[in-house]
Design a protein around this ligand. Structure first.
Ligand SMILES: O=C(O)CCC(=O)C(=O)O
Ligand SMILES: [Fe+2]
Length: 353
C-alpha cells in the first residue's frame, strides 16, 4: 500500500494517500509483506476459545417492558454485562431483519463500486463526514490490516454517499433505529450506575449525539493466519452496535482470553466504549476486540459508533470514589486518537489519573 503519512507539527493530521484497498489484493496467492503481523506467525489468530454461550444476552423487549419486575431484572442483567464483559448481544430489539440485511447489502454494493468511484470519498481528515479508506490507523501503524472501510457521520447531521442507489434511505432509517435503541440502553445503564435514568442523555447532550455508521469489508485473505482484519482496540464513545453478514471473525478479550463471537440470529452485538469507562469511573471497562480474517468468504460488518455530542465534556459521573480520569472534550479525544501519536496505547491512557 502506498501511503505517505504527513503530520505537520501543530496542525491537524492530513493524509497524503494514494489509498489502495485490500479488495484489490484478494486475488493474490500470498499477502504483501506489509500485511504480515510478526506476532501472528505462531498462529495467535487461532489462539482463542469458541463462544460457549456465556456471552450475556439482553432481551430488549423486557428492558422496556411495562412490568416493573421484568424491567428491573433486565436492568440488573445489563449492569452485570457491562461490568463483567463490556459486551453483550441484544435480542428482540425491534430493528427488522430486512433492514439489517439491506444495510449490509448497501455496504456490499458500495464496496463493489469502481476504485475511482470510491476514491471520491477517500479519507482526508478524521472529522470528514464521509471517509473511505483501508486498514486501521495508517498514520500510526507499522503493518497494515486486511480491511477496507467506509465511515459516515450520520448524526447530528446526516451524510451519505450519493452511490449506490438507495444507500441514503437505508442508512438514514438504520441509524435512526439504532439511535433510539441506544437511547433506551443508556437509560438502563444510567440506572445501573445509580444515576437518574436521563443522566447520560442530559450530561452528554445526546440530542446532538455524534453517531458514525461504519461498513467494514474483509475480503477472503490468501494467508489468514499471517494477517489480521483489525488489531486489538477499544472503541471510543459510549456503545457500538454491530451486525455482520453471517461470517464470523469478531473476537473479544474476556478474563485475559480471546473469545470468538457467534451472534445469535438477528441479534445486535454491543460493546461498551471508552467514554462509558470514563463516565462510570472505570466500573465498566471498554472491551478490547479484534477481527480475524479467513480464506473462504468475504466478511462484511456494519458497526454504528454512538458517542456523546462532539463538544460535550466527558468526565466521571459524581461519586464518592476519587476520579480515575481527567475531563476531556469528545472532539479533542477523537483528534488525539487519530493523530498518530498513540502507538500501541489507547487514548484512555492519556486521560487516566
Ligand atoms: O468487524 C468487526 O467485527 C469489528 C469491527 C470493529 O471493531 C470496528 O469497526 O470498530
Ligand atoms: Fe471496534
Amino acid at each position: 500500500m502506498s501511503t505517505t503519512p504527513k503530520l505537520d507539527q501543530g496542525t491537524k493530521p492530513t493524509y497524503s494517500v494514494a489509498v489502495s484497498s485490500v479488495k484489490e489484493l484478494a486475488n493474490l496467492n500470498s499477502i504483501p509483506s506489509s500485511y504480515v503481523h510478526p506476532t501472528l506467525t505462531n498462529c495467535e489468530a487461532n489462539d482463542s476459545s469458541p463462544d460457549d454461550g456465556s456471552i450475556p444476552i439482553i432481551d430488549f423487549s423486557l428492558l422496556v417492558s411495562d412490568d416493573p419486575d421484568e424491567r428491573s431484572r433486565m436492568i440488573e442483567e445489563l449492569g452485570k454485562a457491562c461490568r463483567n464483559w463490556g459486551f453483550f448481544m441484544v435480542v428482540n430489539h425491534g430493528v427488522s431483519e430486512s433492514l439489517m440485511s439491506s444495510m449490509l447489502n448497501k455496504f456490499d454494493e458500495f464496496f463493489n463500486l469502481t476504485a475511482e468511484e470510491k476514491l471520491q470519498f477517500a479519507e482526508k481528515h478524521v472529522l470528514d463526514p464521509i471517509r473511505y479508506g483501508t486498514s486501521f490507523n495508517v498514520l500510526a501503524e507499522d503493518s497494515h490490516f486486511w480491511r477496507d472501510y467506509l465511515k459516515i457521520v450520520v448524526h447530528p447531521q446526516f451524510h451519505s454517499p450519493n452511490k449506490p442507489t438507495g444507500f441514503r434511505e437505508v442508512a438514514m432509517e438504520y441509524s435512526k433505529k439504532v439511535r433510539d435503541l441506544v437511547a433506551q440502553l443508556l437509560r438502563g445503564i444510567s440506572i445501573t450506575l445509580g444515576l437518574e435514568q436521563q443522566y447520560l442523555h442530559n450530561i452528554l447532550n445526546l440530542d446532538s449525539s455524534f453517531q458514525i455508521l461504519v461498513g467494514n469489508y474483509y475480503p477472503p485473505c490468501p494467508e489468514p493466519e499471517l494477517a489480521l482484519g483489525l488489531p486489538p482496540h477499544s472503541d471510543d464513545g459510549l456503545l457500538t452496535l454491530l451486525t455482520q453478514n453471517g461470517i464470523g471473525g469478531l473476537q473479544i478479550k474476556h478474563d485475559g482470553k480471546w473469545v470468538q463471537v457467534n451472534p445469535l440470529p438477528n441479534s445486535l452485538l454491543v460493546n461498551t466504549g471508552d467514554h462509558l469507562e470514563v463516565l462510570s469511573n472505570g466500573k465498566y471497562k471498554s472491551v478490547l476486540h479484534k477481527a480475524v480474517v479467513n480464506n473462504r468468504a468475504k466478511r462484511i460488518s456494519v458497526a454504528v459508533a454512538n458517542g456523546p455530542a462532539i463538544d460535550a465534556v466527558v468526565a466521571p459521573a459524581p461519586s464518592d470514589a476519587p476520579a480515575q480520569f481527567k475531563a476531556m472534550v469528545y472532539k479533542e479525544y477523537l483528534e488525539y486518537q487519530q493523530s498518530g501519536k498513540l502507538v500501541g496505547n489507547t487514548c484512555l491512557d492519556v486521560i487516566r489519573i
